[in-house]
Design a protein around this ligand. Structure first.
Ligand code: GDD
Ligand code: MN
Length: 356
């Protein structure tokens, strides 16, 4: 590495006063030994333990930019905030808690300066491993990774998509808009970044010595939401359709059994309820964007699409069964799938056509 190589190292912190100062010292020594220039960018969310003060105390010794945000605003947005102010040509993201081994950074940088645009510190390539994790924690991490692989094809080349330790050339994210409400910054970058090759470098994910980890149910939920937001529109469309069906049945149950409505009236109300639910979800989530037509036009058109969906479902099923002698369950299934597909195409390309 030449001394011209300028590396920005982004480190989010929340209650890491013991860890961060050690880490900064280690990073400084590594940079000196390997002859590259660096800036450390600490993004602290006003940690109650006084992390920011601990950083300030060493600021004249090392090259540190300190960003203090008014309160705990989340890891992903902290990382993006740090990346925004980073000036280096190579960018690094790592945790403050010494779970990400700083010693391998020179090798990761070397890879990022040669054939790779992104280098992920990985527990799941040969030589990498995790220490001090319960089987449950491992299972959750693996499960989360599998969900990403299924729904986000661009992440398939990387084994450890959950990693929070990675190096990239700045061009990868220059002029790319990354969502600060996302959960895993690496996923954002793998899906939206401009790169040819993502590589991995084995790391030993160490046990934490000070403080505690923050994984909980909310994190898992936020993660799933993040993956769905990055996924193709059709994934959200199908999911909303499924939820809409559940709402339809729930409404029917409520009106039929609890209020004793006439069945055909319940059916109509349930239809309208689930159609409105689908509409609102598609507006606010599935297709979220600026659209080329007005909201009431979209509402009317969507009703048309849903009706067409059911008419075509019934028509296809009957056509296959009576005219082509296809088995009845199969006829029905093809009808359902085609109806759904028709609804999606109309929704995606006509009703919620994006404003260019
Ligand atoms: N500024 C800021 N704001 N920093 C935060 C926040 C926050 O709200 N929450 C966590 N951090 C900091 C922590 O201080 C630490 O430096 C880093 O972000 C990671 O937080 P941990 O709580 O230590 O995460 P973990 O050990 O559970 O998870 C790690 O493992 C994952 C791999 O499965 C992290 O490294 C993830 O990035 C990684 O993906
Ligand atoms: Mn950690």
């Amino acid at each position: 590495m030449s001394s011209k190589t300028d590396v920005s190292i982004v480190i989010p912190t929340y209650n890491e006063r013991e860890n961060i100062t050690r880490l900064i010292k280690i990073l400084h020594d590594i940079a000196t030994e390997n002859g590259f220039s660096y800036e450390v960018i600490v993004v602290d969310d006003s940690s109650p333990d006084g992390t920011a003060d601990a950083v300030r105390a060493v600021q004249d010794r090392y090259n540190i930019k300190l960003i203090v945000r008014p309160g705990k605003m989340g890891l992903a947005s902290a990382v993006l905030e740090g990346l925004r102010v980073a000036r280096g040509s190579v960018l690094v993201v790592m945790d403050a808690d010494l779970q990400h081994p700083p010693e391998v950074l020179p090798e990761m940088l070397k890879k990022a300066l040669s054939e790779c645009d992104i280098v992920v510190g990985s527990r799941y390539v040969r030589g990498g491993y995790t220490r001090g994790w319960s089987p449950l924690r491992k299972l959750i991490s693996r499960g989360a990774d599998s969900i990403a692989k299924i729904l986000l094809p661009k992440t398939r080349g990387v084994k450890d998509t959950m990693s929070g330790y990675f190096v990239l050339k700045r061009e990868v994210i220059d002029e790319v808009s990354l969502n600060p409400r996302g959960f895993k910054v690496l996923l954002e970058i793998l899906v939206k970044g401009r790169y040819k090759k993502a590589c991995e470098h084995p790391i030993e994910f160490r046990a934490r010595t000070w403080g505690e980890s923050k994984l909980g149910v909310t994190e898992i939920f936020n993660y799933l939401l993040h993956v769905l937001n990055l996924a193709h529109e059709s994934v959200r469309f199908v999911l909303v359709g499924g939820l809409g069906t559940v709402i339809n049945l729930a409404t029917l149950y409520f009106l039929g059994y609890l209020l004793g409505f006439e069945h055909w009236i319940s059916v109509l109300i349930a239809f309208e309820t689930s159609t409105l639910f689908n509409f609102v979800m598609h507006e606010a989530w599935t297709f979220k964007s600026a659209f080329s037509r007005g909201v009431f036009t979209r509402l009317a058109e969507f009703h048309g699409a849903v009706i067409l969906h059911f008419v075509s479902q019934v028509a296809v099923s009957n056509l296959l069964f009576y005219s082509y002698r296809v088995e009845r369950m199969l006829s029905q299934l093809v009808g359902i799938l085609l109806g759904f597909f028709l609804n999606y195409v109309l929704s995606r390309y006509i009703i919620w056509k994006k404003l260019q």
